[in-house]
Design a protein around this ligand. Sequence first.
Ligand code: ASP
Length: 312
Amino acid sequence: MVPKLLVHGGAGRYRKVSEERRQRVLCEIENALYSGISALRSGSAIEGVVEAVSYMEQCGAFNAGRGSVLNLRGEAELDAGVMFGLDLSVGAVAALNDYWNAVRLADFIRQNTDHIFLAGEGARLLAEKLGMEKFKPLPERVKKYRELMRKFKENEIYWRKNRQLVSRYGLGTVGAVAIDSDGNLAAASSTGGIWLKLPGRVGDTPVVGGGFYAENGAAAASATGRGELIARFMLSARIAAEVRRGLNASDAAKKVVRELTDMFGANTAGVIVIDRNGNYGYAYNTEVFIIGIYDGERMETKYILEQKNSST
Ligand code: ASP
């Protein structure tokens, strides 16, 4: 099998960004592909996705790891999940404070514990025990937090009413899917979640079958967008099920995103997929979707901007 890797840097509503910012994001997507590809070549699909996502957590250009957005108390709380299709092993962390490399912590849990998911203080304590590196939110995130808090009209129990205010700032969750030379599939996703989320809120990103899924013989998928909706729809697991029934990666992604749109409306998700035969695809119903593709030969990065919603 020819090894392949796809990464994404989030899907969501259009927001004006400078050309410089757009170029930075694309450059970091390319760097993430390079990191992932070299790990994929020397290891397996799981190393490929963990390295690619770790790079994106570390670089600070995305809403993940060091670049995470802040919750209602002004803290970063990170979510990440990883899955290996060979044995369906899973590791995930949620509401992780203080430590940026959430996906590596998730992968440690996958490999070294009997658990699949650690949340909050337990996740933080494990990161501390492993001597992982700490971080502080970026100054630009702290500045944005103060701006948003000035506009945030109600207190936290009325969060629902304020969703419109923060929905434009949600872009930048990251993820990766890969297939290695033995045909093993893997998926990983990582995020800081959504601006001004209630402390302790967990979205789709660390939820197996929601924000990520990988199963040899089916597909690997990593999703981004409105977390509560993606998790309720079990977006990534549905795509794998469609592949198992015979669709290729691209058709399965498009079909399931169309169904999500029918259920919950547009601007709700983007997803990258690789199937058991090494076909890859992606679909989105958002105004923006940022992706990188390594098809085994060439690398391509895309900052997709749609005036109207579509899927490809
Ligand atoms: N899905 C993420 C969450 O809800 C956010 C995103 O993908 O932009 O936490």
